[in-house]
Design a protein around this ligand. Structure first.
Ligand SMILES: CC(C)(COP(=O)(O)OP(=O)(O)OC[C@H]1O[C@@H](n2cnc3c(N)ncnc32)[C@H](O)[C@@H]1OP(=O)(O)O)[C@@H](O)C(=O)NCCC(=O)NCCS
Length: 320
């Protein structure tokens, strides 16, 4: 169990709103199909903004919300599977854009795909005693990994970022259950790298590819398993939880997980209708939106639950 304070929250989204009708002009699909199979109505897509720009905007909002001097931040972790570059890390870019290059900051990226923000939160809390204040960001520009002619994937994803400022002082506590399962079947992959560029001329990195039905089955099990494991560890039942903030992938995944857990769907926060799936940014954006809407109250018990490529999954239990 980790003790800490959540001081501030922020979010950012791609500049362009892309509706289901807009996508139906690109590929053979319809608003009716996308809405009934996923719950998604529109998503935000970047125009010029890269992952670090979205992460920076969310970070600035979180720092302002926290009311701190940003020079107190000693740790920056960015969860992303769509960094600006292989190196430098998006976290180092954001450090520089925040004007913290001369500060004693440890900054790095972490890739656990759509579970990334929960992995990053766990990592940050483990490291926080050394650093006083931490900035944890989930940021993605999934649109650059999408084949916009593939109707089975291009309908699902969006671009955005969410951020939280943590303080090592006591106030809230959190516990985690995280798990990775090396994926033999490769049900969700993106950006494969050519291994031998001297004999095989480098090609473009491959677009995101997915076996939707396999991922769907995995996701429902993952939400239920992670939620129950972290609650069991803390002698709690799902009835004790006030709010569940799940990865925003598909409303049917959330409905099936709610049935599996035996809780009403109303316990789950959703914003996927407007955001689509923003991967590592999804839970972070949802958390910041809950804060903006006044849904996070001192003493509440909340669960964050994520799942994604790797395959990875995990849950964070937070007593606010
Ligand atoms: C992708 C997903 C929405 C597809 O829904 P589904 O009910 O499984 O649909 P299927 O893949 O079985 O396809 C059903 C039919 O719709 C078609 N179809 C696929 N995408 C379509 C689209 N955008 N518009 C219209 N038809 C489409 C298929 O070609 C198929 O046609 P067929 O029956 O003639 O072969 C669903 O599987 C899903 O959400 N999976 C999880 C994905 C996810 O969350 N990934 C990220 C995890 S982090």
């Amino acid at each position: 169990m980790y003790s800490f304070k959540m001081l501030g929250f922020g979010l950012a989204k791609g500049r362009l709103t892309v509706t289901n009708e807009d996508i139906s002009k690109l590929v053979d699909t319809s608003d009716e199909w996308i809405t009934s199979r996923t719950g998604i109505k529109s998503r935000y897509i970047s125009r010029q903004e890269n992952t670090s720009d979205l992460g920076l905007a969310a970070a600035k909002m979180a720092i302002e919300d926290a009311g701190i001097d940003q020079r107190e931040i000693g740790l920056i972790i960015v969860a992303t599977m769509t960094p600006d570059n292989f190196t430098p890390s998006t976290a180092c870019l954001i450090q520089q854009k925040l004007g913290l290059s001369d500060c004693e900051v440890t900054a790095f990226d972490l890739n656990a795909a759509c579970s990334g923000f929960i992995y990053a939160l766990k990592t940050a809390l483990a490291l926080l005693p050394e650093h006083k204040k931490a900035l944890v960001i989930g940021a993605e520009t999934l649109s650059k990994l999408i084949d916009w002619t593939d109707r089975s994937t291009c309908i699902l994803f969006g671009d955005g970022a969410g951020a939280v400022v943590l303080d090592r002082e006591k106030g809230s506590c959190a516990d985690f259950y995280t798990r990775s399962c090396g994926d033999e079947k490769q049900v969700l992959t993106a950006g494969g790298i050519i291994m031998n560029p001297l004999s095989n001329p480098p090609k473009d990195y491959s677009y995101l590819k997915m076996d939707g039905q396999e991922v769907f089955r995995f996701a429902v099990n993952a939400i239920a398993d992670a939620a129950m494991k972290v609650l069991d560890k803390n002698n709690l039942s799902v009835e004790d939880v006030d709010l569940i903030i799940p990865h925003q992938a598909n409303i049917r995944i959330i409905s099936a997980a709610a049935r599996r857990l035996g809780v009403p769907e109303s316990k789950f926060f959703t914003n996927l209708q407007n955001y689509g799936n923003t991967s590592a940014a999804s839970v972070a954006i949802a958390l910041a939106q809950c804060r903006q809407e006044g849904r996070l109250k001192k003493g509440m018990k909340i669960l964050l639950v994520g799942f994604g490529a790797g395959l990875t999954y995990g849950a964070a239990y937070i007593n606010l």
